[in-house]
Design a protein around this ligand. Structure first.
Ligand code: F6R
Length: 368
């Protein structure tokens, strides 16, 4: 299985109804486009009335929740918290009857997530599942939810499930915010961008050869650092997870806002640093991060949009660039992760490891 894969197309049927099999999709061909998620039918009012949304997941699925958090905050105008399922249960964190807990899991069988689901259900919360596996324990035990329909994911490392999870959660956000007149223009822009997403992802996949060449330069690195912030903090975390789990290189994803609180000490002319600096709401801050890294002779690879003049200037100062298509802020993490998944894939094969079956790992973690 290829390491990177396009997310399920959102236009028409990104995911099937969770419980009742109704079709889902963002229909942008009509004058008034709308999102339909059959598996949430009858529950939208309840979710909108709740005190907060609590996302609970592990690993890559947790990163997808982080990527989508701000989209939910923006469109649904609700407080959103994101929890690692294991940590949530270690703390036996408070859950209230008027919470909506969303359990995100590719397999639908992850033991920590399932345990958190039983716990939240006992506390009386509305429990929503977002899984890629019809009939899985999580999809059966939740009150309602969304199936990804990303197709069977064979490789141990989650790739297409990640991008499809962000698509599905974005659609949930659009659905929850459907009645906000103030958000209507932004909502329309997001729906049009969803319809264009397969094309944007195809263009990102076309970077395959470039990523193979970059992997050739990085394959003997002791460590790789990814810096991102805002929507793309999740991109940094997810790229680092892919590099460590399949290419077996130490890697860290760091929130660029934390750079001065410690990580800056690591920067020298040897450590490869990949900076995610696409033209979203964090762009100006990321430009400043790049300046500070260059002032310490950082060896930078910058993931940016195609037509960004700031980045041309950085290229002239010795930075390597990975150019990806631009989309709306909420969907940019989907496009951004694709070349980084490809990079992990090529690092893995060049280092002689098995990309589908990483050392010591299983596809679903059914023990706590
Ligand atoms: C990483 C990976 C894992 C899973 C995690 C949760 O590539 O696959 O981090 O994301 O074990 O699995 P699910 O999503 O099945 O609950």
């Amino acid at each position: 299985q290829a390491a990177a894969a396009a997310p399920a197309a959102p236009n028409g049927c990104a995911a099937n109804g969770h419980a009742n099999g109704h079709a889902n999709g963002a229909d942008v061909t009509k004058a008034e486009p709308f999102v339909m998620l059959g598996g949430l039918e009858g529950h939208v009012e309840g979710i909108l009335r709740c005190r907060r949304i609590v996302f609970i997941a592990c690993g890559t699925s947790y990163h997808a929740c982080l990527a989508a958090r701000k989209t939910l905050e923006d469109f649904a105008a609700m407080p959103v918290v994101v929890e690692l399922a294991g940590d949530f249960m270690d703390r036996e964190a408070p859950v209230f009857r008027d919470d909506t807990c969303v359990f995100v899991s590719q397999s639908g069988e992850t033991a920590d997530t399932l345990r958190a689901l039983e716990y939240a259900k006992n506390k009386g919360a509305l429990c929503v599942g977002v899984t890629n596996t019809v009939g899985s324990a999580i999809s059966n035990a939740t009150h309602c939810g969304v199936h990804l329909n990303a197709g069977f994911e064979i490789g141990v490392a989650s790739t297409k499930a990640y991008t499809s999870q962000i698509v599905a959660l974005t659609m949930v956000a659009l659905l929850l915010g459907a009645d906000s007149r103030a958000k209507a223009p932004k909502r329309l822009e997001a729906m049009r961008a969803l319809a264009r997403l397969p094309e944007d992802v195809s263009r990102a996949l076309a970077l395959d050869e470039d990523m193979r060449a970059l992997a050739g330069q990085l394959k003997d690195a002791q460590s790789l650092i990814f810096f991102g912030r805002g929507y793309n903090y999740s991109t940094a975390l997810e790229a680092a997870l892919k590099v460590k789990e399949v290419a077996l290189i130490h890697s860290e994803g760091i929130n660029a806002g934390e750079m001065k609180h410690g990580p800056l000490a690591l920067v020298d002319e040897n450590l490869p640093i990949i900076v995610i600096a696409t033209q979203d709401g964090m762009h100006r801050k990321m430009v400043s991060v790049i300046e500070q890294l260059l002032a310490r002779n950082g060896k930078l690879i910058i993931l940016c949009n195609g037509d960004d003049p700031d980045m041309d200037a950085f290229a002239a100062r010795g930075c390597s660039l990975i150019r990806v298509p631009a989309t709306v802020d909420a969907l940019q993490p989907i496009v951004n992760i694709v070349p980084l998944q490809l990079l992990s894939y090529h690092l893995t094969t060049l280092r002689g490891f098995n990309v589908d079956q990483p050392r010591n790992l299983a596809k679903s973690v059914t023990v706590t």
